[in-house]
Every structure is written in structure tokens, then in C-alpha cells.
Design a protein around this ligand. Structure first.
Ligand code: HEM
Length: 203
């Protein structure tokens, strides 16, 4: 039987180092006193951006496989998704802890009064079960069909996260629009390839 080639540990190390980089950069900026006057806002913005980027990177895996047949990229899907969740959790923790001092009444008010926090919370609540069921054991427990269905919600989480971003910018829409276009390309590639596969299966 052909043996599965072990993945180069150096590549794994580089990948994980890059993934921790946004957090290390934050800690470094804090150490250097370079987070600016409104440091809570800086942390919120940076962790939010990191969460969105990792979420989109995790959604890049399947289109890459479908287009180029690179099966090895699947090794990165789970860690990318988990890093997205980690940064989203830090983002939420910054909001609740640093911004609102864990004053749950104030947090509740902010959630009720701001559309973008409601939308952000929705994205987070979608990511939560995906992170919790990312293990092989959960996959076996749910069955591959239901697991796949559940994990397709990551596209919905990304759409809602971009909406959350768009709702809070007042002038510079370039960034949320760019993220939206990237997501549309990823989703479009998946749908297009699914259609092509169906057509070939029928023909
Ligand atoms: C309960 C959940 C969430 C809350 C309360 C929340 C709250 C916030 C707040 C207060 C800001 C900064 C607004 C400002 O000062 O301009 C922000 C920005 C942002 N958030 Fe969230 N957020 C949540 C969930 C998420 C999630 C799940 C993601 C992504 C997966 C996300 C991505 C972003 C992005 C990309 C930004 C803008 C970053 C930038 O402008 O550079 N947020 N969020």
C-alpha cells in the first residue's frame, strides 16, 4: 500500500507562525506603546480583520482543490477555520472586556441599539458550533453528510461578517467591498464547479 507522505514540519511551523502573527504583532505594539490613544479600538479592529481574513482563507481551500486538484490544501482548512474563530473570540472578548468592562447591562444595551453588533454577534454564533464540531469525532458523530451541510454555514458566517464590516464603516467602503468580491469569487467557483460536475455526471 502506498504510504501517506508526511507533511514537511518546517512548512507546518511557518504556517502556524504566520497564523499567530496578528496576535504577536498586537502584543509587540502594546509592548512598544504603539497601539495609539484609542488602543481598545485598535485591538478591536485588528482582531476583527484577522478573523475575517482567516475565515476567507479557510473558504479558499475547496476552490483551490476544485480548480487545481491540490488535495494537500485540505490539511489547512481546519486550522484556518479555528484561527478565524480564535481571532473572532478575541475580538468579542475585547469588546465585552476592554470596551465594556464586562458590564453585561451595557453590553446588552449595545447589542440592542447597534445593528452592526447584532450582525457581528450573529456571525460569531454561527462560527461557534462550527469550531466546536471541527474534530474528526464530531464528524463521525454527525455523519459526513450532515457535517458538510453544517460546515457550509461558514459561507453564511462570512457574508454576515462582511455585512457587519460594511455597517460600521462610514466613508471608506473599499475594504468591505474588496472582501465581498473575494467571497463572491470563492462562492462562485464552488457553484460553477458543482454545476460542471453535475453536467458531466449527466452527460
Ligand atoms: C458579538 C460579536 C461582535 C461584536 C460585538 C463586534 C464588534 C465590533 C466593533 C465594536 C468593531 C469596531 C467598530 C469601530 O470602532 O469602528 C468591529 C469591527 C470589525 N469587526 Fe466585529 N464584532 C463582532 C463579531 C465579528 C466577527 C465574527 C467578525 C469576523 C469574522 C468581525 C469582523 C470585524 C471587522 C472586519 C471589523 C473592522 C475591522 C477594520 O475596520 O479594520 N466582527 N467589530
Amino acid at each position: 500500500m502506498k504510504e501517506k507522505r508526511p507533511f514537511p514540519p518546517t512548512l507546518q511551523l511557518i504556517f502556524h507562525l504566520l497564523a499567530w502573527l496578528p496576535l504577536l504583532w498586537l502584543l509587540w505594539s502594546y509592548w512598544q506603546d504603539a497601539l495609539g490613544l484609542n488602543f481598545v479600538r485598535t485591538i478591536t479592529l485588528r482582531t476583527g480583520k484577522a478573523a475575517l481574513i482567516f475565515l476567507l482563507l479557510s473558504l479558499t481551500v475547496t476552490p483551490l482543490y476544485l480548480l487545481f486538484g491540490w488535495k494537500w490544501v485540505y490539511r489547512y482548512r481546519r486550522p484556518l477555520g479555528l484561527y478565524a474563530f480564535l481571532y473572532a473570540a478575541l475580538h468579542l472578548l475585547t469588546f465585552v472586556g476592554l470596551d465594556y468592562g464586562f458590564d453585561w447591562a451595557l453590553v446588552g444595551d449595545a447589542m440592542r441599539n447597534n445593528r452592526y453588533t447584532q450582525v457581528g454577534l450573529t456571525a460569531f454564533l454561527i462560527l461557534l458550533p462550527l469550531a466546536l464540531t471541527s474534530t474528526q469525532r464530531s464528524r463521525a458523530w454527525l455523519g459526513p453528510k450532515w457535517w458538510k451541510r453544517l460546515h457550509r454555514l461558514s459561507y453564511l458566517a462570512a457574508i454576515i461578517a462582511i455585512l457587519h464590516y460594511a455597517l460600521l464603516v462610514r466613508q471608506y467602503f473599499t475594504q468591505p467591498i474588496t472582501f465581498g468580491v473575494i467571497l463572491a469569487v470563492l462562492l462562485g467557483t464552488r457553484l460553477f464547479m458543482a454545476l460542471v460536475k453535475k453536467r458531466y455526471a449527466l452527460g
